[in-house]
Ligand binder design. Structure first.
Ligand SMILES: C[S@@+](CC[C@H](N)C(=O)[O-])C[C@H]1O[C@@H](n2cnc3c(N)ncnc32)[C@H](O)[C@@H]1O
Length: 537
């Protein structure tokens, strides 16, 4: 569902839901709303809620069930830490080990499970015969049905993706008999089955790729009905988290985190334990009593048009959060396009909640239709995606090419800038000691451009903000040292910069230290601490 900035605005974010989200809860015909919520709560089987529990479950017409703060909550408080009910590989053409979700290949030399022949990382994989990995039950089924047969070295990406899509569905279905209590906890999740039935493209994909495949090819028709399998597919689409550290990639369902409502400028951030796959969900900023607790199901550094489309396609709702309702996206202006006619104005959606509505220049009368905007964005996005992610000149060229047609904070420009922030100083040919002054300045500018937006969209205690602050400290320090040596800045200005470097390192290490031990982010927190020590900060 998951994953990322006007300081004055931060304060206003506490009540960032529009009235639509706070509509009066729906009343059932036979009982009161309280009875209904009570019943839902019972069904949820969440751990006993102590009075000091930070949140409670509420229900509304818009959100369905969702979590609300029971009291004021400070930034960084852990609200949820819980193990997954089910875990499996993502729907992806990149094969992973069924035990630990690390990348594997389909080469002839790749280790495979001796029994079912599915690729695994090795004979000692910690997830072998493990409830959170490759179990005996699934191995038996895969062996009997020769399920891994299509995973040959010449398998097409499509074939690989289609097969990996089935694994978690099967794992959940197998729980029905083996761990009915877990199955029951999954089955109370929203599947949007009725809405999915009406979406013929979506329905027929699952009907042929999953339902028919499992019932006919893997002979599961007697055990599971068509509706049951479609329900599991819906539950996964709507509720699963994509997790993983250090190259592992998996998708998971969690018993209470699934209840979190979405917001495009959320008030929590989550991470996962690389050993246990537990989810750890923290508040990223102050949350007031009775405020909705939210996380972002979409990538926050994308424009409203694309985020809303993503949510509608997978989660089957049109987001109407404060950011989505605002043509200026909370002041970030990260969707604005330069007007091709007057060349000075910026074009924005007139009403972003009207998905297919018109876009208009703020200086002249020029307008763009929804289709024209989509076409333009798709073209530029394809251009960006065709650049090798390590190609510094390619990314620089992209920024040059589109700076005249996209607004200064446009998310596609920010995406290229973010990549460059991470490449300058880190990759061969661009290592920190060899960086030119120009490149150092570029890294610094891109970090600042990016941080300005992150400070609004993912403020305070968020990983993305910490990562970019860490990246920013290096060019600042090296540039200041250079300028000082050349006597091009006063010692006062030098001290000022050093103060900022210390602030950046402290802030980023404090945030990244909240990440689990063993994650790359935690490693970075240690590196930031080391840098601080060297500076005597
Ligand atoms: C992961 S589930 C959250 C739990 C769900 N509300 C329930 O009762 O099971 C995601 C679903 O919740 C609803 N939802 C979450 N955030 C929403 C939002 N900002 N606006 C409208 N619906 C939302 C949508 O129906 C979405 O498909």
């Amino acid at each position: 569902m998951p994953n990322k900035k006007n300081k004055n605005k931060k304060k206003n974010n506490h009540h960032h839901h529009n009235n639509q989200h706070q509509q009066k809860p729906q009343h059932s015909q036979n009982g009161s709303h309280e009875d209904e919520v009570e019943e839902q709560l019972k069904n949820l089987k969440l751990d006993d809620k102590k009075p000091e529990q930070a949140y409670r479950v509420a229900m509304s017409e818009i959100y369905g069930r969702y979590l609300v703060a029971n009291r004021d909550i400070k930034p960084g408080e852990v609200l949820i830490r819980e193990p997954a009910l089910a875990i499996g590989p993502c729907v992806s053409a990149d094969p992973v080990c069924l035990g630990c979700y690390m990348p594997v290949s389909l080469k002839i030399t790749q280790y495979r499970c001796p029994s079912c022949h599915w690729p695994m990382c090795g004979p000692n994989c910690r997830g072998n015969n493990h409830p959170k990995g490759h179990t005996f039950a699934e191995c038996d089924l895969f062996k009997k049905e020769n399920a891994a047969a299509p995973l040959t070295p010449t398998a097409s990406p499509e074939q690989v993706k289609n097969l990996y899509e089935l694994v978690l569905v099967v794992r959940i279905l197998l729980l029905k008999k083996l761990h009915p209590e877990l199955y029951e906890r999954i089955m109370i999740m929203e599947s949007h089955l009725e809405m999915r039935k009406k979406n013929s493209e979506l329905w027929s994909h699952y009907e042929s790729n999953v339902v028919t495949y499992l019932r006919e090819k893997w002979h599961l028709a007697e055990q599971f009905s068509t509706e049951e399998i479609h329900t599991v597919c819906g539950i996964l689409d709507v509720n699963c988290f994509e997790i993983g550290q250090n190259f592992a990639k998996a998708r998971t369902l969690y018993p209470s985190a699934f209840l979190l409502a979405h917001d495009c400028c959320p008030n929590t951030a989550h991470t996962d334990d690389p050993e246990t796959y537990d989810i750890i969900l923290r508040t990223s900023r102050n949350v007031r009593k009775d405020e909705t607790i939210t996380l972002s199901y979409a990538y926050t550094l994308q424009g409203t048009l694309k985020r809303r489309e993503f949510m509608q396609a997978g989660k089957l709702f049109w987001c109407c959060c404060k950011r989505c309702s605002d043509p200026y996206e909370l002041g970030t202006d990260c969707s604005a396009i330069v007007c091709a006619k007057c060349k000075t104005g910026l074009i924005r959606s007139i009403n972003p909640l009207e998905q297919e509505g018109e876009w208009k220049c703020d200086k002249c009368s020029f307008t763009l239709t929804y289709k024209e905007v989509v076409k333009l964005l798709d073209k530029i996005n394809n251009d960006l995606e065709s650049i090798d992610p390590h190609d510094v000149p390619g990314l620089e060229n992209f920024i040059k090419r589109y700076s005249g047609s996209l607004g200064p904070n446009h998310y596609l420009l920010l995406s290229a800038k973010y990549s460059l922030c991470q490449l300058y100083g880190k990759i061969e040919g661009y290592l920190l000691p060899n960086l030119s002054l120009e490149d150092l300045k570029r890294k610094q500018t891109y970090c600042r451009d990016f941080l300005k937006v992150v400070d609004i969209l993912e403020p305070k205690l968020t990983r993305l903000r910490a990562l970019i602050m860490y990246e920013l400290h290096a060019p600042l320090l090296v540039l200041a040292q250079h300028l000082m040596m050349q006597k091009l800045i006063s010692s006062r200005d030098f001290q000022k910069t050093i103060k900022e470097v210390i602030y950046l390192l402290k802030e980023s290490s404090m945030i990244l230290k909240m990440e689990p031990v063993g994650s790359t982010e935690y490693q970075m927190a240690l590196a930031a601490e080391e840098a601080l020590e060297k500076m005597g900060g």
